[in-house]
Design a protein around this ligand. Sequence first.
Ligand SMILES: [Zn+2]
Length: 289
Amino acid sequence: MSIPPLSQRNAASPLKKQQQRLQKSTLSPEDLCFKLPLKIVEYPDPVLRARNKRINTFDDGVKELVHEMFDIMYKTDGIGLSAPQVGINVQLMVFNAAGERGEGEEIVLVNPVIYKASKKTTLYNEGCLSFPGILADVQRPASVKIDARDITGAKFKVNLSGLPARVFQHEFDHLQGTLFFDRMSKDVLDSVRSELKALEKKYEERTGQPTPERVDDYEGIKISLDCNRNVKNSSKDLAAGYPWPPESPRHRLAKPTIEEGATEKGARVQPLRLKPRKENKRKREQERN
Ligand SMILES: [Zn+2]
């Protein structure tokens, strides 16, 4: 499978759209089956490009999956993880921008939808658990407004900016079958091309199957004028608001797919608070003393 430009990949005929809506609504118990321990699926496994179904039952199975996803996310030094990355094609993501159990805030988002994204975009050096060792700059809106359900199925809205917005958009992309290199500019993509090809080779050796996609079929995106507007050296901006070392090998988290009119009426608003990291707390205490 080649990687067509995003604009082509998103183009669907009315029939295809109808089929997609049908697929969306039918989640069978097998879709949520998983084997322990969970394992991180690496590029170019086709599971990362498969359609992810919406979750419509909020039972103990979903809760157990969430628990296991947080577990493997912390163990692999991630700060965000989507269900397809553990081989389960459902609309579910977990993240904790603090990256440590017991710190920050654990966020679970089920069937999330972005209904507004800022015009201002930022560049940030991202990594992905499904692309071990690869870090590269990706441009994304600085802030997003989201509708989602929590682990109990309750609807909520949340506004995200800074690192949480970055992590969310990266994981949200996974739920659309979009991978971070799909959003890299040509130059940036060229800088990691050999590493992506190495993953393709590793997949072929491990499975004995030809790679389902080749990065060499893809040139990288042309940054639109819109995207270039208001771009700042955002790693610094983000680091100021969220003390995250840009050189950290953690899972860090381009224009997202926005569904028009996706706001769910009557949803409650859940503010997202992130606790400051320890070293920051210490710094403030020192300043006070
Ligand atoms: Zn990822």
